[in-house]
Every structure is written in C-alpha cells, then in structure tokens.
Design a protein around this ligand. Structure first.
Ligand code: NDP
Length: 315
C-alpha cells in the first residue's frame, strides 16, 4: 500500500548488518531516536554464514543469524525504530536529507548513516546454491578454520582470491586455485606469494562446471577451456572469491565513490562529501570486510552524527 506521508527524524540508518545495528545502539543511547531501515536482507551477510568464531565476546562461537538477532535486540532495547523495508531513493540536496522507502514513505533526516554493506558475487551454479554453507563459502577468514588439514579450492584471480588462497594454504593440506584465464589480475606481489607457496596449485584456463556432493562438498568438476580436459578435484571446501559488489547504487550522483563504487570517507572518519551523511561498514570498506570492523565503523558513524547534530545545535 502506498503511503506518501512525510516524517522528520534526527538520524536515519540505512542497513542492518553489524555496522547498521552498532550505529543504532550508539545513536539511540545518545538520544538521537534513530529510525533504521533493514533493507531486503535483515541482518546482512552474516545471516548467510554459519558459525562466527572470530567475533570477540562469543568464546564458544555463535551462529551468524543468532548474532544478528542479538545485535537487533540490543538496538531495540534502547529504542531504535526498526522497519523491515528497503530505502529505494535518496535526495541529499540538503541540508535536510530525504529518503524514500519502497512503499513511497518519505523520511526527512538531519543525519543519515549509510550501512548498506556489500554482497559477494557468486558463480551462479545450481550446485553452488545447494551447497552454500555446506562447504561453499565466500569468506576464507570466516570459514577456513573448518577445513583444517583438508583439500580446498578457491575460484578467482584477483587480490581477494590470492589472499584467500594464501590464508587457506596455512590451514589446509592443499589449495587449488581456479583461474579462468591464463593470467591473474592480482597484484604482482600477491601473485608471487601464491606461486611461491608449495601447497597451492594454480589451474590456469579453468572453469568450474559443478560442485559435487549431496549434504556437503565432496569434490569439484572443472574443465580446461583451452584443451577441453575435465577433471574432478577431491576438495571438501569451495571458496568463491570473484569480488564483491557494494550496495551503493542509490547513492550514485550524491556520495563520492571509488572506481569500484565503494563510498569514500575521510580517512579515519565516517564523513562523506555530504555534510550530515556518514558511511560505515562494507559499503565503504573493501579491505577488511569483517563483522567487527563493520561494527567499529558503525560506532564511529553514530558518534560523528551526534557531533554534527550538536555542532548545529539540533541536540
Ligand atoms: P576483482 O574484481 O579484482 O577480481 C575478481 C576476479 O574474479 C577476477 O580475476 C576475475 O577474473 C574473477 N572472476 C570474476 N567472475 C568470475 C567467474 N564467473 N569465474 C571465475 N572467475 C571469475 O575482485 P577482488 O575481490 O579480488 O578485489 C576487489 C578490489 O579489492 C581490488 O581493487 C583489489 O585490489 C582490492 N583488494 C586488495 C587487497 C589487498 O591489497 N590486500 C585484498 C583484497 C582485495 P578475470 O581476471 O578473468 O576478470
């Protein structure tokens, strides 16, 4: 149902991963009465992971979806108004910022905290979808530990793939790096590191045809695009590292972005080129991409928003 009403808030948070919820906890405790729009995937990327073992404070690990439920409850406890809707359009002409939800509801906000995250790119195979979190992962740092002493494959040829293969080589018996062309896009130094690592085998001109297994990954069938040769690699883990896409399209034309569409912030701060609009989490970070770093920048954005409102005398 369409609702054309206008609402004025002090702080609008767009996104509901660790960055968005952390911003909400800080903003609500600072009495900014934040309104948070979750987007299409409430909880963000962590809701499609299994166990999170590297977030401080959970000594026994926690399931990703459960952790995001905890984040949400903590934000709600201090009064964050959470809405299970997507923000579809913004207008940052300012000084009051405008955002429209998918139902056409207009929110006017003195400050906006962007925490829309990024999405991993996938190959698009049916078997990849079926075995997701059953051996198929897009994050070696998150899931590599579960494959200690085993044989795994990494697909991709950029810096992420090189970094993930190198990371996994320290944990796993063997890493197969599947490169679709006869060269890698990764920086020279990272390629050299890959080549020098004894238990990484690079398969050039190789594409993935199918990930094998019913309950868990039991192998991967690959083929060589030059020779047509097919083979099955006996892996139990399959890591997709073909890039991420930041969820920033609605901010194009408003917020400065780098060539890969990640939002630009002032180094060490959450400030964007638009006064009163702050960016946090994976939408502005292509380097660390961890739940804990996203939470940290969400906190920074809320503190920056509070300072901005206080300097304007709004709070
Ligand atoms: P990139 O876009 O740089 O690379 C993606 C890679 O995936 C490419 O090699 C591409 O192959 C390959 N690929 C894409 N689609 C497919 C497919 N369907 N099948 C097989 N392979 C595929 O992404 P990254 O995540 O690696 O890097 C993103 C940015 O982050 C870069 O700027 C990078 O430098 C930076 N980064 C820096 C790091 C560091 O400095 N420590 C660490 C990680 C990332 P092809 O080459 O054939 O197109």
């Amino acid at each position: 149902m369409s609702d054309q009403g206008v609402e004025r808030v002090r702080c609008l948070i767009i996104g509901s991963g660790p960055a968005g919820y952390t911003a909400a906890i800080y903003a609500s405790r600072a009495n900014l009465k934040p309104v948070l729009y979750t987007g299409k995937e409430p909880g963000g990327q962590l809701t499609i992971t299994n166990e999170v073992e590297n977030y401080p404070g959970y000594p026994n690990g926690i399931m990703g979806p459960e952790m995001m439920e905890d984040f949400k409850k903590q934000a709600e406890r201090f009064g964050t108004d959470i809405r299970y809707e997507l923000i579809e359009k913004v207008d940052f002409t300012g000084p009051v910022h405008k955002a429209w939800s998918e139902t056409g509801h207009l929110v006017e906000a003195d400050t906006v905290i962007i925490a829309t995250g990024a999405s991993a790119r996938w190959l698009g195979l049916e078997s990849e979808q079926k075995l997701m979190n059953r051996g198929v992962s897009a994050c070696a740092v998150c899931d590599g530990f579960f494959f200690r002493g085993q044989e795994v494959a990494v697909v991709g040829a950029g810096d992420t793939a090189a970094e993930e293969a190198t990371y996994l080589s320290k944990l796993c018996k063997k890493v197969h790096l599947l490169v679709r062309r006869d060269e890698m896009r990764a920086s020279k130094i990272m390629q050299e590191r890959v080549m020098k690592t004894e238990n990484i085998e690079v398969h050039w001109n190789t594409v993935t045809e199918e990930i094998l297994g019913t309950e868990n990954v039991e192998g991967v069938r690959v083929s060589n695009v030059k020779t047509g040769e097919k083979k099955v690699l006996p892996v139990t883990g399959f890591f997709v590292a073909i890039g991420h896409t930041p969820n920033t399209s609605i901010f194009e034309g408003w917020i400065d972005m780098d060539e890969n569409k990640y939002l630009k912030t002032i180094p060490g701060r959450s400030l964007t080129n638009i006064p009163g609009v702050f960016a946090s989490g994976d939408a502005q970070d292509h380097i660390y991409r961890q739940a804990v770093t996203a939470a940290g920048t969400g906190c920074m954005a809320a503190l920056d928003a509070e300072r901005y409102l206080s300097e304007l005398g709004i709070i």
